[in-house]
Ligand binder design. Structure first.
Ligand SMILES: [Zn+2]
Length: 299
C-alpha cells in the first residue's frame, strides 16, 4: 500500500510516496519552493505542481486521500488555518482548498503532530500505544498519538505542552503569558540563560561542549534544563501517561535528557514512585514531517 504525504513549510514543499511496510526510505520524494511571497493561490499552485510531478516520476496516479503537514493548526470550529508562520495561510480554509485543487480528500495536521505520528508508527516509538512527540528546538511543540492516530483536540491544540507554566518562572512569552515551558527549555531560552550567567552569547552545542569540559556556567545551564524538563514532562505524564516520549529538535539531541539522572528528576514530579516511560531520540530525521503527513491517510 502506498501513501502520499506533503510537508508544507515556509521555504519548501516536500512530497513523498511511502510504503509503511518499508519505512527506511521513501519510494519517491520531490521538493518545490514554497515562494510564499507570491501569496496563497501561488502556494496552492505549487502543491498542485508537486503532486503532478510525483505522478509523472512515479508512474502512479494520485490516491483518493493525501496527507499534509504544516506549521499552525486548523481551527476545528471554522476549518480555517491559525498560528501558521507562513502568515498568508492564516484565516484560509487550507484543507478544503487543497482538496479542491488536487481533487482528492486532503487530511491536514500540524507539523509537530506529523512528527509524532511518524515516530510513533514508523520510527523510534514504533509499536507503542500512546506516544508523546516533542519538538524541543527553537520552540516547544508537540503531538499526541494514540494507537496510530493523532489526537488533534477540540481546539486543535492537543500536545501543545510548550505554553504550560513552570513553577517560579516569570520570563514573558509571545503568547501573552509568562513562565511558559518554551521560555525556559527552548534552545534560545537556554542560550539566554547561559548569557545571563556569563555575558557570553554562544550557541547550545558549544554550551554542551563547555559543560563536557567542566565549565560551571555551562554545567549549570544543562542541569537547569534537566530539572525544568523533568517538571515540564511530568505534567504530560500525569495526564497522558504515555508509553514513550520522543524528543525531537536541537535540544532533543542532548544526551543528558536520556540519562537515568533525568528519569530520577522526573520521578520527583510524577504522581508515582517510579517512571518507566521510554524517552527516545527520533530516528527519522528530516523525513518525519513528510512521512507523518503520509501516515495521516493510513487509517
Ligand atoms: Zn507561552
Amino acid at each position: 500500500m502506498n501513501l502520499w504525504g506533503i510537508d508544507l513549510g515556509g521555504t519548501k514543499i516536500e512530497g513523498a510516496i511511502i510504503d509503511p511496510a518499508n519505512p527506511d526510505r521513501a519510494l519517491h520524494r520531490l521538493r518545490v519552493p514554497t515562494e510564499s511571497q507570491h501569496g496563497y493561490d501561488h502556494i496552492l499552485g505549487q502543491i498542485s505542481k508537486l503532486i503532478a510531478s510525483l505522478e509523472e516520476t512515479s508512474g502512479l496516479k494520485r490516491p483518493a486521500m493525501i496527507g499534509i503537514g504544516t506549521p499552525g493548526a486548523i481551527e476545528p470550529s471554522t476549518g480555517l488555518m491559525k498560528n501558521s508562520n507562513t502568515v498568508c495561510l492564516n484565516g484560509r480554509p487550507l484543507q478544503t482548498d487543497i482538496s479542491a485543487a488536487l481533487k482528492v480528500e486532503a487530511r491536514l495536521a500540524n507539523d509537530a503532530n506529523c512528527f509524532a505520528l511518524a515516530e510513533a508508527t514508523l520510527g523510534a516509538a514504533r509499536g507503542s500505544y500512546v506516544v508523546m512527540g516533542l519538538i524541543l528546538g527553537t520552540g516547544c511543540g508537540g503531538g499526541v498519538v494514540v494507537d496510530g492516530r493523532v489526537i488533534a483536540g477540540l481546539h486543535g491544540i492537543g500536545g501543545e505542552w510548550g505554553h504550560n507554566p513552570l513553577c517560579g518562572e516569570t520570563d514573558p512569552c509571545y503568547c501573552g503569558r509568562s513562565g511558559c515551558v518554551e521560555q525556559v527549555l527552548a534552545g534560545p531560552s537556554l542560550e539566554r540563560y547561559y548569557r545571563q550567567q556569563t555575558g557570553e552569547a554562544i550557541r547550545l552545542p558549544e554550551i554542551a561542549q563547555r559543560a563536557e569540559a567542566g565549565e560551571a556556567a555551562a554545567k549549570a545551564t544543562l542541569e537547569r534544563l534537566r530539572h525544568k524538563f523533568a517538571e515540564a514532562i511530568a505534567v504530560v505524564i500525569n495526564i497522558l501517561d504515555p508509553d514513550a516520549v520522543v524528543i525531537g529538535g536541537g535540544v532533543g539531541n542532548l544526551g543528558l535528557l536520556y540519562e537515568d539522572a533525568t528519569r530520577q528528576a522526573v520521578v520527583e514530579h510524577v504522581f508515582n514512585s517510579e517512571v518507566r516511560t521510554a524517552f527516545l531520540k527520533p530516528i527519522l530525521g528530516d523525513s518525519a514531517g513528510v512521512f507523518g503527513a503520509a501516515m495521516l491517510t493510513a487509517r
